[in-house]
Design a protein around this ligand. Structure first.
Ligand SMILES: Cc1ncc(COP(=O)(O)O)c(C=O)c1O
Length: 415
């Protein structure tokens, strides 16, 4: 009998149409800065109901571009929940801004308005000028966009949604409207949403990212900073003597740089894969939802030692992670041992995330912070395998192995 296949915590799903799309670009004229990047941007804007989508190299570049577009710098601060990947906070530091770490609700692992308010108060006490909120849609569930949007408007803040986990997620408003993540429909006009298309995410580009926004000025700045700060639109030129001919025609070779930018571009090769994957997003999301429902029912007998994340009522999540809560202390099994036992059974797991404020860099910068919700999340979280190609039977296999690894007696084991 062949051994059971290894189940990683996440993996891409590439089909023949994806491969054909990439191959077609490889046989064409444009490997980068070509029409497939624009086609992907149009499709993403359509999908998210945003006016503008700016594709870029990865999710980290998307967050960096958003900070640049807002003109953040030294003395400014961005409110970032501590339960996130390093990149959300790093992006603020790239532009010299400070990070006001916020706590999360330990049941959902999301930053709500109370946690954001507390972080703002701490930042203001430190003498920082808070400029933006950066809520993270952890695991694919949205932070409370309506409440955080209202808070941002009331305080004159911008919003950078970190939706690296949440392409395909949507909120349902009280009046029944379905509002996709990326639409920027809540809060201030200075709103941007950052996406990642890393292979463990819901759609893959190899590496890839994007920012959506409805603000044309921000979109123009995002595009400029993505490409070295280079301006090619004659309407934006400063040095008219150098830019224009005597009859007022812009010189065909001319470009200008008012502020230095970066090379944060996405290639046409990556865009072809992203575009093809975007067409499959609904299928991916449906499969992920089905698997999460299955996990919820199969994990129920392991409660209260194991509990799925609490669901927020406003969101229709496109689940990126199956991050469950496990009371390792009550089970008397350290997490490292449980992970090792699962791995020995061919099951990969991961911890999302070590709260970012605990990292030595941030501790040196800000001292020790007391963020109890983030600590509670960290003590209990474990991400189980979740990806579209998983079979229903794989969920049973994971849950049975988890029960054994936790020493849960057979009477309490699922089915
Ligand atoms: C919440 C979050 N933000 C930002 C990023 C950065 O995305 P990328 O890996 O595409 O740079 C990630 C990816 O791991 C993420 O999970």
């Amino acid at each position: 009998m062949s051994p059971l296949p290894f189940l990683p915590y996440g993996r891409q799903d590439i089909d023949q149409a994806d491969i054909d799309a990439v191959t077609a670009v490889l046989r064409g004229d444009w490997l980068t800065q070509g029409p497939t990047v624009e086609a992907f941007e149009r499709a993403l804007a359509g999908r998210t109901q945003a006016t503008h989508a700016v594709a870029c190299a990865n999710g980290t570049a998307a967050l960096h571009l958003a900070c640049l577009a807002l003109g953040l710098g030294p003395g400014d601060a961005v409110v970032v929940p501590s339960v996130t990947f390093l990149a959300t906070a790093n992006a603020a530091r790239y532009v010299g801004a400070e990070v006001a770490f916020a706590d999360v609700d330990p049941a959902t692992s999301l930053m709500g308005p109370e946690q954001a308010e507390a972080a703002i108060a701490r930042a203001e006490a430190a003498g920082w000028r808070v400029r933006a909120l950066a809520p993270v849609h952890f695991a694919g569930q949205t932070a409370d966009r309506a409440a955080l949007g209202a808070l941002a408007v009331a305080r004159g803040l911008a919003i950078i949604e970190d939706a690296c986990h949440a392409i395909g997620s949507a909120d349902v408003t009280a009046d029944g409207r379905v509002v996709p993540v990326g639409s920027g429909a809540f809060g201030p006009s200075a709103a941007m949403t950052a996406f990642s298309f890393h292979p463990v995410k819901t759609i893959a580009a190899g590496e890839g990212g994007a920012v959506t926004t409805n603000d044309p000025g921000l979109a123009a700045r995002l595009r400029r900073f993505r490409n070295h700060g280079m301006e090619r639109d004659p309407a934006g030129f400063e040095d008219h003597g150098a830019a224009f001919d005597n009859d007022g025609t812009a010189n065909p070779w001319y470009y200008e740089m008012a502020e230095p930018g970066f090379n944060h571009r996405l290639t046409d090769i990556q865009s072809a894969l992203a575009l093809s994957q975007l067409a499959r997003l609904d299928t991916f999301v449906a499969r992920r939802r089905h698997l999460m429902d299955l996990y919820a029912s199969r994990l129920a007998p392991l409660s209260p030692l194991v509990r799925p994340a609490a669901r927020v009522p406003w969101c229709r999540p496109a689940w990126h992670l199956c991050a469950v809560r496990i009371d390792f202390a009550a089970a008397g099994r350290p997490r490292a041992r449980v992970m090792a036992e699962l791995r020995a059974r061919g099951i990969g797991t991961q911890v999302h995330y070590i709260p970012v404020h605990r990292q030595p860099y941030w501790r040196r910068r800000y001292g020790a912070l007391a963020l109890g919700g983030a600590e509670e999340h960290y003590a209990q979280t474990l991400s189980l395998p979740l990806f579209p190609a998983m079979a229903d039977a794989d969920v049973d296999r994971v849950v049975a192995a988890l029960a054994e690894a936790l020493g849960i007696p057979p009477s309490a084991k699922p089915g």
